[in-house]
Design a binder for this molecule. Sequence first.
Ligand SMILES: [Ca+2]
Length: 454
Amino acid sequence: MITQKTKVFALLMILALLMTGVKGRREGYRAEGSQSDAAQKRASRSSEPKSGRCSYTFIVPQQKLKGALCVSTETARANHSEIAGLRAELSRQQELLERLRGKLEHEGSLVSEVRVLRRESSSMNARITQLYAQLLNEIIQKKDQALEQRRLDGLLLNATQQVLQVSSSYRELEKKYEANGSHNESAEPKSVVNDVQRDQSAPLPQEKATEEIPEPFTASHNSATDTPFISYPVTKTPGPWRDCQHVLDSGESTSGIYLLRPQNANRLLQAWCEQSQAQGGWTVIQRRQDGSVNFFRTWDQYKQGFGNLDGEYWLGLEHLYWLTAQAQYKLRVSMEDWQGRQVFAEYDSFHLEPESDWYRLRLGNYHGNAGDSLSWHNNKAFTTLDRDKDAYSGNCAHYQKGGWWYHMCAHSNLNGVWYRGGHYRSRYQDGVYWAEFHGGSYSLKKVTMMIKPI
Ligand SMILES: [Ca+2]
């Protein structure tokens, strides 16, 4: 142990001698030495052996630090405040940033709103464009339709002119024919008949076509609706007869259509002769049986007659006037309800006043089993929807839907609306009724009005 200490001591001493040897060289550096060197020297100097004291000299390896190593508490305090300042600045900046972000978001939402609005606006524009195109298209179509309408009007006008031409040439031919063959009685009446008795709704060309068909007519040559009054075979004997009693007296006992010419009347007509019912000889002046003919008609149509001779028809007031003017006639109204019950009403005289007195009804006494629903109408003028001659403040024909010798308004309305099944529901009492037989709200199934000389 002692030897070891001695060895260390000897080594240190050698080192100390070596150090003093290089002392001068080391002092050359002192001018440019740093404070740290000075400090180091001071430390080494303090470690130099002093008298009476035993000490160790430690050699500290030279540090290569340049400049002072200073620790200033003041600076540290300053740094703290700076940091605080920075922190404040940072938070301010952050706040600012947040605010900016908020603004940005707000602007962003505005932008999206604007975008949505733009999108809507563009879709609206598209819709407007589409509507505009549609409008244009419709305008064009309307123009086309107007052109088409004009074209059709032209065609119609043309056709009407042609019909008028045909009609006038037909009349001329008729006149020539009459002039040439006035001795031929059977041909002449026929042409007049159709002039007088045709259905007002029947077109002229059809009328001409029917004229060309020779006698006797066949049932197949036309339908029941388009060419009335000539739609049933005329009997073999051409007539003309004064009335159906005249036909019967001449030995024609078959019911059917016959050609008539009332005395003193410069007119011919066709009518259905009822030769089997009630001893025959009846000239049918009105018939309802299936609702196939509309009886809501004008004065002129009631005057001239309308319908189908083998179906529903109205003979015509003018014909009735001439027929009943040639002799004393009686009237028979036969009726049938929807249960098949048949009744009749007879009036022992019947005639009409002329048109100048509105075909006023003159009626005799009633007898029969139907009840009297016509005497109330005796001495009344005829009324149609376009000629009001009734005693009611309004026009009875408007409410009762037919022409009749209305009073205020009716106990019978045999020219009313043909309702199926009997009892009918209507705003007005407008059915085919005979008040004494089933009342005013019961529409009869079959009605025939016919006249016969006494
Ligand atoms: Ca009136």
